[in-house]
Design a protein around this ligand. Sequence first.
Ligand SMILES: NC(=O)c1ccc[n+]([C@@H]2O[C@H](COP(=O)([O-])OP(=O)(O)OC[C@H]3O[C@@H](n4cnc5c(N)ncnc54)[C@H](O)[C@@H]3O)[C@@H](O)[C@H]2O)c1
Length: 271
Amino acid sequence: MNEMFSIQGKVAVITGAAGALGGSLARHFASQGAEVVALVHRPEQVEPTVEALRALGGNPCGYACNVMDTDAVRSIADDIMKKWGRVDILINVAGGNVPGATIMPDQNFWDMKLEDWVKVMDLNLNGTVYPCHVFTEVFARQGYGCILNISSMAAYDALSRVAGYGAAKEGVSNFTRWLAQEMAIKYGEKIRVNALAPGFFIGKQNRAALLNPDGSLTDRSVKVLAKTPMRRFGDLTELNGAAQFLCSDAASFVTGVILPVDGGFSSFSGI
Ligand SMILES: NC(=O)c1ccc[n+]([C@@H]2O[C@H](COP(=O)([O-])OP(=O)(O)OC[C@H]3O[C@@H](n4cnc5c(N)ncnc54)[C@H](O)[C@@H]3O)[C@@H](O)[C@H]2O)c1
């Protein structure tokens, strides 16, 4: 493999590593020789996640934590520093929609529970900001480090229904740009911060919105595919190459970028 794109030996912390996209990224990074530190939500997810990664190589390890619990994330960062002496990459994948912050066609804005709005903002925005807060301190001390956040198509145009999720992901995009400039200006060019904006990938949490129980397309997914020039959903492995690029030396002059991986969704007007 071209050296420029290598992530071999890099210590890569990945949140949401037991999920659909986070799991795919963790397996890919392990298969490319990265030392993956898998952060999962529930304790029972640690062992199977680490087992699957171990089979791919390297010396993976895992921790269970809530990404909004900064004390827990900080103590994990301390542990990683004791074990590895450095962290090269942080990928913030933990996130997702919260059903109560979604407004269905027969509902209106006032049906949305404000506590669910707070939950979806917390998980997606604070759940990205807090790990960045912890690990940029490590990166600033080291003088290098790379962050990859996960935004969404919901951050580009306001998608129907997902009011809270869209606002939170737009926050992730804006915060990514802000943190990129803050790090480069104050701590040097070797700390880079970017994000991926995935299009539509079928995972556990959006399956019911995109596919009927018999596997046929829902009305919503018919609209999604009509606005996707490639006319298909993404395969869960299709974030991996873009993530590797942004975390490798090949992207040494790339920071503050939100890279769509969306089959053309964000570039297409639909007409
Ligand atoms: N699937 C898509 O089409 C799509 C599109 C755009 C963006 N995204 C984003 O990609 C990311 C992954 O999505 P996915 O489809 O793989 O979903 P997923 O539900 O499979 O993965 C999300 C993971 O986050 C973990 N998580 C949830 N709350 C947590 C918390 N408080 N602390 C720690 N971990 C927590 C879950 O346990 C889960 O493993 C999310 O940020 C999502 O918003 C997904």
